[in-house]
Write a protein that binds this ligand. Structure first.
Ligand SMILES: [Zn+2]
Length: 459
């Protein structure tokens, strides 16, 4: 018997349309060959009748818009890989779903459509997504199976890949029927307001698993969407894989309504304060973590802003660790080893002069001490979400009273420290102050940008 073939490819990033940093090939890592298969970590050997063909998976840290030329090149490169293979039975796409490419309204839809056009109509397509992704009719039209993360912070990435692959395998080997139905939900909030470890999303997402057990339902999903892109397609959505369309539609509407009905309860998972208030609130005797949310690189912020740094130095606050601030220029300046250094942020146009008490360089980071504070400057945009990020730089968190990270909700590892923690509502491309977000292309009405309107949906 001839083996069936599954082709694996994708592109994954989250793009803040307000950011001035354009992402290109320097920002993306390419996983291919065995590296990609190993990364997905699926139990391939269980399926002896299937050959898994690993093409290219482009991924990057969230940032600004993706350069159009580069984006088109990624599609061409994958098409070239596809040409080397005949009679593909299935494609697994690994995508985030919140990409922004100037001039292309629905980049994920465009990407999938272009690649799908090169295979036979019988080839089945499965899509794995981040729950902060956006759905469109073009995507639905071009896929047969869909699976999105059900946790934020995301701790079910691999499980989501497995769901998407298993549906695809069942479709190919057993010809199992699947239809996808979806509903737009006119709600668009930040990830920080829709964490699945707290209510109301905790329960809403738990219910997805309950719905999955119903006859006629294969796999239920809810997308929160991505708020920092001024795009027409940006909304939340419910997406249901089903073999009974009537039941599927009913459950899809139920999921959509459960999210809509809870929209007023979508609030930050952390206590949040403006920068000028936060240092009056914290308990000086306890270790405290502050999340500089407006400049969070994992949401698409640049990570170079010095608003909090400036505030700390102006107010003579000590024992603070900044992890980290993206600033390439500082590495050149430090070579001259002056006892003072001027830090400039081209995004906020702020600058600050710091006395250098001491500094050392490690793994593309400059760790600088000044006035009893420590600042980690990074050569590349980088979040500090793991305890190993600090360990690698020989930094002992216990030495500090305050840790400032560029983040929204805290990463699971930082949360485990059980420190007091607050979100600072700072300025930046991914500000949590939605009133300041430009809104030209997004559909209206959409909560919370508009508040008094009805959601016309009937079950
Ligand atoms: Zn996400």
């Amino acid at each position: 018997m001839q083996k069936q073939k599954i082709f694996i490819c994708g592109i994954s990033t989250e793009c803040c349309s307000y950011s001035t940093l354009i992402q290109d090939e320097n920002d993306f890592e390419i996983l291919s060959g065995n590296k990609l298969l190993k990364y997905i970590d699926f139990n391939y050997s269980k399926y002896k009748n299937i050959t898994f063909i690993s093409s290219k998976f482009y991924r990057s840290l969230p940032g600004g818009p993706v350069d159009k030329k580069f984006f088109l090149k990624t599609i061409q490169n994958i098409k070239n890989d596809l040409k080397k293979n005949t009679s593909i039975d299935g494609i697994l796409f690994l995508m985030h779903g919140a990409m922004y490419v100037k001039g292309i309204n629905d980049p994920e839809g465009f990407f999938i459509e272009k690649i799908r056009s090169k295979v036979s109509k019988n080839c089945k397509i499965s899509l794995s997504y981040d729950l902060h992704g956006q759905m469109t009719d073009t995507i639905i039209k071009n896929i047969n199976y869909f699976a999105a993360y059900k946790t934020a912070p995301h701790i079910d990435v691999k499980q989501t890949y497995f769901r998407a692959i298993k549906m695809l395998i069942n479709g190919i080997l057993k010809n199992k029927k699947n239809h996808i139905v979806w509903e737009k939900i006119p709600v668009l909030v930040s990830g920080e307001m829709s964490s699945t470890i707290v209510e109301p999303c905790k329960k809403i997402y738990k219910n997805l698993n309950k719905f999955n057990k119903l006859k006629g339902i294969n796999d239920c999903n809810l997308l929160i969407g991505y708020v920092w892109a001024d795009a027409k397609r940006a909304t939340a959505s419910a997406i249901v894989n089903c073999n009974d369309v009537t039941v599927g539609k009913k459950i899809c509407k139920k999921i959509a309504l459960s999210y809509w009905n809870n929209r007023f309860k979508l609030v930050y998972d952390m206590q949040s304060y403006k920068l000028n208030k936060i240092f009056n609130v914290i308990n000086n005797k306890k270790f405290t973590i502050l999340a500089d949310s407006g400049d969070n690189p994992t949401a698409g912020g640049v990570g170079s802003r010095i608003d909090v740094l400036e505030h700390v130095f102006k107010n003579n606050i000590e024992n603070t660790l900044f992890a980290g601030i993206f600033n390439e220029e500082i590495f050149r300046k430090l070579k001259n080893k002056k006892n003072k250094i001027v830090i400039k942020d081209t995004i906020s146009k702020k600058k600050i002069s710091l006395a250098i008490d001491k500094y050392y360089l490690k793994n593309d980071n400059a760790i600088l001490s000044s006035n009893n504070n420590t600042i980690i400057f990074t050569k590349y945009r980088k979040p500090f979400h793991y305890l190993s990020d600090f360990k690698e730089l020989n930094i002992n968190l216990k030495k500090y009273k305050i840790l400032v990270v560029k983040s929204g909700y805290l990463s699971p590892e930082l949360k485990k420290l059980k420190a007091d923690n607050f979100m600072i509502l700072t300025d930046g491309f991914v500000t949590q102050d939605f009133k300041r977000i430009k809104n030209f292309f997004r559909e209206k009405p959409i909560y919370p940008f508009q508040k008094n309107f009805r959601f016309n949906i009937n079950i």
